[in-house]
Design a protein around this ligand. Structure first.
Ligand code: ADP
Ligand code: MG
Length: 743
């Protein structure tokens, strides 16, 4: 019987769980070995059944009421012949839990060759669809939680990485004198369950949970001896079927989306009117001034916007000195970008009147899908935008900051076009990203707030930034991945060629509750996000600061995929700080190892004052760093670069230790020396500067100046060693991913 029929039968019988026999039939259809078996009804059928099977045998109760057969006394292994099987059937029939249950019979099956018990599972994530799991099998699976998850479909490399991730992985190699078992058989089984064309990709819509526990792995193969499939009751799950045939960053130039099929425009072209609008319409400006749209007009003029601005107003002739128009359909030229901030109910009729003359409409107004009462209005809004030929951004957002187009919703963004492209589901956080990012040296190729994402999604903007030559690193703040599967596909196809850093809101269940009320839908499961990062090489940031720190490392340093960073040299003042950093870096998978003899000898020859440590970390008291007014740093750094040859060098200065005791130019000289040496060894080691301070306003001011100089020269600056460490670890993970070595 084929799987579709098995599933249909179970549904027809009102059974949400497949029987063990049906589950095994399903596995065997996908090429996973299962024991030969028969179902008998009573002891009288034992002899005939035994004649068809090869002992030793296992007897198991078959009942829809019993989940854990062993717990109910419903599993008896090692049966040698009919007499033992008959006795086992009778004993089971007497077991209290079995007497209390509906019994459909007894499964008699051959025993699998002895080996290591593993578990392979499947689950369904509401945003990302099917996921596959592997772990050490047996009764302690839940307690030990030594499991690894990935989004389907997995590749062979994913399957290998899943096994590497298990703490119990050495058991496969044969720990403590046990025979090694076939790791390859587990990889094969994982691919058959979770790979392309595998069980979960094929039946993902019907399967809510799958449990192969155990898969017994012997030295020569693997056999599934128990199978449990829980069916979905909801047909609306995300499945393979819903994945749009879209393009990806891998095929940027040939990008064709559903919206440009006729014209064959590239995504960069398609988004040009949004990022570099020639005409901007502003809806909601008041004749008296002071409304948000009036502020927007003022801001873009201050920001140097050179194109046409069309205020739209039902009766005013002029607004802020600009000629006003009655509707979006009446402007002299078509509108590239419309900024709309009027009462929610008025927006759909307004967009209907656009008559194909608006390319992008950003709806700032709230009162749509983020509140229950606004859901219908949001549908109307989308229909009106599509009907009027416009792509809709928002609603419930703040706007766009696009230095290349000289359009901005905020007063603080710099005019210079940078290389960091951001899409943010939250407007307020978008402003924070600009403010805080700016003070740490980030320069943006664009930042767009997308609010409820009723039409244009973060995924589409990810594709834009992926193709945009101006953008070198992409940052996304996401609360809901409405099409997580598409996100996965885009990122996977992109192969992490451009670093993508994701700040995900609502990863915990408590955060999700907050997200529900915030953007109006549920957020994804944390496990799915971790899997996404492992499979696509995107970086997950935990906090806004980490998000910015990571973006900064990618903005300033060029990843070296052929040579993932591992060995880090530390140089600076503050012994305790270096010791703490060494611990922190070790936890992050970065090595701060002592230099070799030659390097130490060269450093010793500098005859630095006592109290200076010249292994790695190189730890110099302020007195040492003051030598030659700070120029000593150049000699030390030259030796570290030239002889120590680390993959990354973190120079840290505790600015407060210099304050008051040192001539002011010493600090300048130190920083300048560092920048000079770094420039002499281009691409040899990632160079990172940590400027520590105690919050003293004068020091903070100097730090700001140093930071600006350094970042402009391509040196990222961090406030603490730990921030620098995490950013470097993210860079290293990205390099390892691209080198093919996984995470
Ligand atoms: P349940 O999980 O419902 O208690 P299982 O079918 O997993 O029942 O059987 C319990 C245990 O018995 C398994 O974990 C395994 O150790 C052993 N077992 C069951 N079937 C076989 C078999 N065919 N070959 C070898 N061992 C088996
Ligand atoms: Mg079991």
């Amino acid at each position: 019987m084929n799987t579709k029929t098995l599933i249909a039968e179970a549904r027809a019988a009102g059974r949400p769980v497949l029987t063990e026999t049906a589950g095994k039939a399903l596995l065997s259809e996908f090429g996973i070995a299962v024991p030969r078996s028969l179902v008998i009804q009573d002891a009288g059928e034992a002899a005939a059944a035994c004649a068809k099977l090869r002992p030793p045998l296992v007897l198991k109760v078959v009942s829809p009421d019993i989940v854990h057969k062993s717990d109910a006394g419903g599993v008896k292994t090692g049966l040698q012949g009919p007499a033992e099987v008959e006795a086992a059937v009778r004993a089971m029939m007497r077991a209290p839990k079995i007497q209390a249950a509906r019994v459909d019979g007894f499964l008699l099956e051959e025993m699998a060759p002895a080996g290591q018990e593993m578990v392979i599972g499947g689950a369904h994530d509401p945003q990302f669809g099917p996921m596959v799991m592997v772990g050490l099998g047996g009764i302690f699976v839940e307690i030990l939680a030594d499991v690894a998850f990935r989004l389907c479909p997995i590749t062979r490399r994913d399957a290998e990485a899943m096994l590497d991730e298990l703490k119990g992985a050495p058991l496969l190699e044969g720990a403590r004198g046990r025979k090694p078992v076939s790791r390859e058989a587990v990889v094969e089984a994982l691919l058959k369950v979770g790979g392309e064309g595998g069980l979960l990709m094929t039946h993902g819509r019907d399967i809510a949970e799958a449990d192969i526990n155990p898969l017994i792995v012997s030295p020569t193969g693997a056999m599934a001896v128990d199978a449990r499939f829980v069916l979905t009751n909801d047909k609306s799950h995300v499945g393979r079927e819903t994945i749009e045939e879209g393009s990806t960053m891998a095929s940027l130039s040939s990008h064709v989306s559903p919206f440009s099929r006729e014209t064959g425009e590239s995504i960069v072209e398609r988004y040009r009117p949004l990022f570099q609008p020639k005409t901007v319409a502003v809806v909601g400006a008041s004749t008296k001034g002071g409304a948000l749209p009036n502020v927007f007009i003022r801001r873009i003029r201050e920001f140097g916007y050179q194109g046409e601005i069309y205020p739209i107003h039902p009766n005013a002739a002029e607004i802020d000195g600009l000629k006003a128009y009655r509707s979006l359909g009446e402007t002299p030229d078509p509108v590239d970008y419309a900024y709309i901030a009027i009462a929610a109910a008025q927006v759909p009729p307004l967009l209907k009147e656009a008559r194909g003359r608006v390319r992008f409409a950003q709806v700032i107004s709230s009162g749509f899908g983020e509140v229950d009462e606004g859901r219908e209005l949001q549908d109307e809004l989308v229909a009106a935008a599509r009907g009027g030929g416009a792509r809709l951004i928002g609603p419930n957002c703040l706007g766009i900051y696009t230095p290349r187009g000289r359009v901005t919703f905020t007063e603080i963004g710099p005019e210079e076009t940078g290389s960091v492209g951001i899409v943010s589901q939250s407007g307020g956080l978008g402003t924070d990203i600009i403010r805080r990012g700016l003070s740490r040296g980030l320069k943006f190729s664009g930042l767009i707030t997308v609010g409820n994402c009723a039409d244009v999604t973060p995924n589409e903007l990810l594709e834009f930034y992926g193709a945009d030559p101006q953008t070198r690193v992409i940052g996304m703040y996401i609360e809901t991945a409405r099409d997580g599967r598409r996100l996965f596909e885009i990122l996977r196809a992109a192969g992490a060629r451009k670093p993508v850093v994701i700040l995900k809101g609502g990863r915990t269940s408590q955060g999700r509750a907050a997200a529900v009320s915030h953007t109006g839908s549920l957020a994804g499961d944390d496990r799915a996000w971790v899997a996404l990062s492992k499979q696509t090489g995107c970086v997950l940031a935990e906090t806004l600061d980490e998000f910015i720190d990571t973006l900064l490392v990618f903005q300033t340093l060029a990843p070296q995929p052929g040579h993932p960073a591992r060995r880090v040299a530390l140089f600076g003042n503050g012994g305790g700080a270096s010791v703490l950093a060494t611990d922190c870096y070790a936890r992050l998978g970065l090595d701060v190892l002592p230099f070799g003899k030659e390097t130490v000898a060269l450093l010793a020859a500098l005859k630095l004052p006592p109290g200076t440590s010249i292994t790695n970390p190189v730890d110099c008291p302020v007195g040492t760093l003051q030598q030659e007014d700070g120029r000593v740093a150049e000699k030390i750094l030259d030796i570290i670069y030239g002889s120590g040859k680390p993959d990354a060098l973190v120079m840290h200065l505790n600015l407060s230790a210099f304050a008051g005791r040192t001539r002011p130019e010493v600090l300048d000289n130190l920083v300048q020396a560092a920048l000079r040496v770094q420039a002499r060894y281009p691409g040899q080691a990632h160079f990172v500067l940590v400027l520590r301070s105690d919050g003293d306003p004068a020091l903070e001011e100097r730090k700001r100046a140093f930071r600006a100089t350094a970042v402009a020269l391509g040196v990222p600056v961090y406030d603490e060693m730990s921030n620098a460490g995490r950013a470097l670890a993210a860079l290293a993970a990205h390099e390892r991913f691209r080198s093919g070595g996984g995470r």
